[in-house]
Write a protein of this length. Structure first.
Length: 407
């Protein structure tokens, strides 16, 4: 089977939100399929092209059996609205020519976001006469509206029209959760077009490791109860609640908060931590992907946070990496969110609604005082990950979906 994948990011060795698309492409290639991946030059999160790469009109490379075609896009360190629009729009335009250069596939898979990339996938499906599967990993424009990034009424109308257009044209739509499926049904997408394949983690790559490790030693965390957040520091991250909890726990020297990542909210969060003199909060940049398992193991509990506006439009993939590491998930999400449901139904952590700082402090102190419950929750998450959200299980579901579409 010849598979053409369109996605804005293909993960190099560094930590990247593109890891799942990269793993899917490489696993399909390893299973004997011919995979071409059209993407942009790597630049996330700093907005600067990585060393060793160029932002050119078309570059080819072979990575782990996958033919990677990189096309030009507008790249800027600016996190502003128009810089993002130009970045998404330019790649969505040049990806069309990358897809033509790839040759006729048996099936096309495109990722959203960015939403406009679906236009390139649709045009390629028409040009090549090939079926097109749309993978929705964030609900746009809803997620951008909820985050306050998209506010212009005309732009909102355009992107809502584009969303409906793409849902009608896609041969099949793959979603990451039942909540997303319900949302698309409400938007009028035909039920027969929709299927759910969750995001995943690799239990062979991220395994339970000793808590007292090199990561703790490097940052002076030995003997502490570590509350870890690792991921994008964007508008949805809702870490203000975490900083408030850190303030209330400042007198407890054994409780430390570690925030790892980059994003548009990082400077503001650092400024707020400095304003409160939060010596118990440590900010770190993204860590290399090969250090991910050790970093997650260094935590006693790991955070997944979503504000009240964003919970219905996002399901952070970090949740499944936490489960793979056999650590409890501490959710700061609305009670009706997918994260809260996952935690409560499977007893793999604790969830606290946004705005309940007292509840968050209570949850942290409870987890600190009950190591047996922490271990039990972590084990429950690990067992669920292996059985239902592992890389092997989910890639097999994708393979069956794409083969069915290609017939």
């Amino acid at each position: 089977m010849k598979v053409l994948i369109l996605a804005q990011h293909y993960a190099p060795e560094d930590v990247s939100g593109a890891a799942l698309a990269t793993e899917l492409a490489e696993d399909l290639a390893q299973r004997g399929h011919q995979v071409t991946f059209v993407t942009a030059a790597p630049s996330y999160p700093a907005g600067e092209v990585f060393p060793g790469y160029r932002n050119a009109w078309l570059l080819r490379e072979l990575r782990n059996g996958v033919q990677v075609l990189r096309t030009w896009s507008f790249i800027s360190p600016s996190k502003g609205f128009w810089a993002r629009i130009l970045n998404y729009g330019s790649f969505s335009f040049t990806a069309l020519f990358g897809g033509l250069a790839a040759g006729r596939p048996d099936v096309i898979l495109s990722y959203s976001p960015p939403l406009p990339l679906g236009l390139a996938a649709w045009l390629l499906s028409v040009a090549w006469g090939a079926p097109w599967v749309l993978r929705v990993e964030d609900l746009y424009p809803d997620a951008a509206i909820a985050a306050g990034v998209l506010r212009n009424p005309a732009a909102i109308r355009f992107f809502r029209w584009l969303e409906r257009f793409l849902y009608r044209r896609a041969g099949h739509i793959s979603l990451i959760s039942e909540g997303f499926r319900r949302s698309l049904l409400e938007k009028g997408a035909p039920a027969e077009k929709l299927s759910v394949i969750p995001v995943w983690s690799n239990p062979d790559e991220i395994q339970p490791l000793p808590k007292e490790n090199e990561f703790r030693r490097r940052y002076g965390l030995q003997g502490c109860f570590v509350v870890l957040y690792a991921g994008n520091l964007g508008h949805n991250s809702a870490l203000e609640d975490v900083l408030q909890a850190a303030g209330r726990l400042a007198s407890r020297e054994t409780v430390r908060f570690v925030i790892v990542g980059e994003g548009v909210r990082k400077a503001a969060l650092q400024a707020e931590a400095a304003r409160q003199n939060l010596d118990n909060v440590l900010f770190l940049p993204y860590q290399p992907r090969q250090a991910l398992a050790e970093m997650l193991a260094a935590a006693d509990v790991s955070l997944v946070t979503l504000n009240a506006r964003s919970h219905a439009t996002s399901l952070p993939s970090k949740t499944f990496a936490i489960m793979s590491s056999a650590r409890p998930v501490l959710g700061v999400t609305p009670a009706e969110s997918e994260i809260a449901r996952l935690i409560e139904e499977n007893h793999c952590g604790v969830n606290v609604p946004p705005g309940d700082t007292a509840g968050l402090v209570e949850a942290i102190l409870m987890l600190q005082s009950d190591s047996e419950s922490c271990a039990r929750m972590g084990l429950a998450g690990r067992e669920l990950l292996v059985s239902s959200y592992s890389r092997q299980v989910c890639v097999s579901q994708f393979e069956n979906l794409l083969q069915g579409a290609a017939r």
